[in-house]
Design a protein around this ligand. Structure first.
Ligand code: GEK
Length: 244
């Protein structure tokens, strides 16, 4: 297994901070970046495999939308005792998919995993027992989110589940600044400097748009989901399961 490369992308002063992109530079350090930036990321990835074992149905599809380097897909694949569903992993950033492809070559994975380079707003979802949006919806323009969730709901089989993980905004201003400060402290404790944190924050502005939990819950209901439960929260990062 290749040693993970440390994220230093925002360590030097950048005169002009361009909007964040999932390019070659990001793909090369992504494992380290997400692990040191998203509280509980590894716990969520491991739990996705456990959730998949409960809901994945033989002969169905499991979609990992915005798969990046495939951590969630691999968790689903490795957790299954015997191949039961085909995993369809989708991302529109080619450098991320290329990184995932490289990982797949290094590992022996039982169930089939198909990689698709596409915008998740454009693909068909069908015969799905599980759909995973692990920190991806926050990168989809808010005006397109309901249509995407409706499509996911329609493509799910009865009893199918959506795992939605997001950075969330807190509706109450004092809680918002407390949770922001806690996330800042989390990143500092993992070795990011003030400069790295503030430059990355600027790069993500208008690219990643978090919303509050009530906004997500209402939209899921509007999209047709009959129930949703938060199973994980660590500061302003949460993951929920929505059922058809
Ligand atoms: C993980 N789920 O490690 N269509 C396809 N892909 C998209 C789109 C879109 N419209 N918008 C964004 N992406 C992963 C982590 S990262 C989250 C997900 C983060 C892709 C984008 O290219 C990137 O790979 C991913 O969604 C978001 O479990 O970096 O905070």
């Amino acid at each position: 297994m290749k040693k993970r490369r440390r994220d230093r992308l925002f360590a030097q002063p950048l005169g002009n901070i361009s909007p964040f992109q999932f390019d070659d530079q990001v793909a090369a350090v992504f494992d380290d970046m997400i692990d040191r930036s998203v509280p509980g990321y590894r716990t969520i990835i491991d739990a996705i495999g456990l959730i998949a074992c409960q809901v994945a149905q033989p002969g169905s599809f499991c979609y990992d939308l915005g798969c990046s380097l495939g951590a969630a897909s691999l968790s689903v694949a490795l957790a299954q005792k015997q191949p039961s569903c085909t995993i369809i992993a989708v991302d529109n950033a080619w450098p991320m998919l290329a990184g995932f492809q490289q990982k797949l070559r290094q590992q022996k994975i039982p169930p089939p995993i198909q990689l698709i380079c596409a915008d998740i707003r454009d693909i068909a979802i069908q015969n799905a027992s599980l759909v995973i949006l692990n920190f991806t919806l926050q990168f989809v323009p808010p005006t397109d989110r309901l249509a995407l969730l409706r499509k996911i709901h329609q493509g799910l089989l009865p009893g199918g589940a959506l795992i939605l993980s997001e950075k969330i905004a807190l509706p109450e201003a004092r809680q918002q600044s407390l949770f922001e400060a806690l996330h800042y402290a989390f990143k500092k404790a993992r070795g990011y400097s003030d400069l790295e944190i503030s430059q990355k924050r600027s790069a993500l502005e208008n690219v990643m748009i978090p919303e509050s939990l009530p906004v997500h819950a209402n939209r899921l209901t509007q999209a047709g989901f009959s129930s949703c439960e938060v199973w994980f929260q660590y500061f302003n990062f949460m993951s929920l399961v929505a059922l058809k």
